[in-house]
Design a protein around this ligand. Structure first.
Ligand SMILES: Nc1ncnc2c1ncn2[C@@H]1O[C@H](COP(=O)(O)OP(=O)(O)O)[C@@H](O)[C@H]1O
Ligand SMILES: [Mg+2]
Length: 373
């Protein structure tokens, strides 16, 4: 039977446009013989809107006044209803003359493709869980853990996986720079615990740069990591599957012309960083080690569905996990789908697998007993 997929895209993070781009690619790639697709756009201020196909294809950004029906969620009842709000605020006790409700298709599975806070940090996943809907990507816990670099590193360390040595700072406590410098040699990387896209990340070569970097990172978060810089290649691998059956792709590399993979090189000057798939001149044993480490990390972090795992590979062949990315980009040039394409799984089949994994996980968990009796 044909299933209905809701593509959830946009969102309040700076990666709003990236999300719409990814979502359009996914929309095109979904097999329409198997799935009906509806688009739910989240505006820049957080409003959910039902967007029609034509408009969606032309959209560069979603504002509240974008055409499309605003949506209401009704936990425990129907998932979603769409409505047109009253033109003026209604007088208490009066009817809502302009308030129209229209039916909304029953959703079988959601593909959330919203990056950053309120997209991949577990909050949206919690909402979808409460609504009783299967969704692509890790659950609430895995998503939340994967977003927090401090919790991620502690769990990885506990699993015996190498991570860059680090110190965690909290905004309300004065940093003990003497202790940090005793523990960690320069260069250091300073980052907010819960961000992405390299926002607020700096490299520090001396104490005054370190202080400036910490100050900057605290603008974005109340928790900041100071990490030892790892001298190595930036290698990424794509992990796919639920806990019962997880696989890793081959490896790709981010090759920098100079400096590190900062916001500028990710989004503004595309020439600054080159994505190479498969990564060149990586010994087979190192590829295997990276894949196995990625699978181990995926499990340690409670991830399911998918994640891109980013690591550093040193000249000695040591593998340090940098971070998981539980909602990697899905544009045509994005690393995650390209890694799978290189492994023989094309974009359309990858999307289909992700939807099926979401439904399988939902059904698995729905079979669990919810009462004692
Ligand atoms: N410990 C480290 N050693 C070397 N480079 C690092 C380190 N931490 C971060 N970087 C550089 O900074 C970039 C962004 O840091 P990352 O932790 O991946 O944050 P984000 O979640 O914003 O991508 C990395 O891709 C890498 O180039
Ligand atoms: Mg990163």
């Amino acid at each position: 039977m044909k299933k209905t997929v809701a593509l959830l895209c946009g969102g309040v993070s700076p990666e709003h446009e990236v999300s719409l781009n990814s979502a359009r690619n996914i929309y095109k790639a979904i097999d329409k013989a198997k799935y009906d697709v509806i688009v739910i756009g989240v505006s820049r201020s957080g409003q959910w809107l039902h967007i029609m196909e034509d408009e969606f294809m032309a959209l560069s950004s979603l504002e509240n006044d974008s055409s499309g029906w605003p949506l209401m969620l009704v936990p425990g009842e129907e998932l979603v209803i769409q409505y047109r709000p009253a033109a003026q605020s209604p007088v208490a006790g009066q009817q809502f003359p302009n308030f129209q409700i229209s039916s909304f298709p029953k959703i079988d599975v959601v593909f959330p493709i919203i990056h950053g806070p309120f997209g991949e940090d577990g909050t949206l996943q919690g909402l979808l869980s409460i609504l009783g809907l299967p969704y692509v990507g890790p659950g609430t816990l895995g998503s939340a853990v994967g977003m927090d670099k401090d919790f991620t590193k502690r769990l990885l360390r506990d699993a015996g996986i190498a991570v860059a040595p680090w110190v965690t700072l909290l905004k309300h406590e004065a940093p003990d720079y003497g202790a940090i410098l005793k523990k960690l040699p320069f260069p250091l990387f300073v980052k907010p615990a819960n961000m992405g896209s390299s926002v607020g990340v700096s490299k520090a070569e001396n104490e005054s740069e370190l202080k400036a970097a910490v100050e900057l990172a605290f603008k974005f978060d109340t928790k900041v990591l100071v990490e030892q810089g790892i001298k190595g290649r930036e290698i990424e691998t794509a992990v796919l599957g639920n806990v019962e059956d997880t696989t890793a792709s081959g490896v790709g590399e981010i090759v920098m012309a100079q400096g590190f993979y900062d916001y500028e090189s990710k989004y503004i000057s595309p020439d600054a960083a080159r994505v190479v798939i498969p990564a060149e001149n990586v010994a087979q044993k190192d590829v295997e080690n990276i894949r196995q480490t990625a699978l181990k990390a995926y499990r340690a972090l409670g991830l399911e569905g998918l994640a891109r795992m980013d690591v550093f590979l040193t000249a000695e062949g040591d593998v340090y996990v940098n971070e998981p990315n539980t909602l990697p980009g899905f544009t045509n040039i994005s690393m995650y789908p390209k890694l799978w394409a290189a492994a023989g799984l094309n974009y359309g089949d990858l999307i289909d697998q992700l939807l099926q994994l979401a439904i399988a996980r939902y059904n698995r968990d729905a079979r669990l007993q919810r009462t004692r009796g």
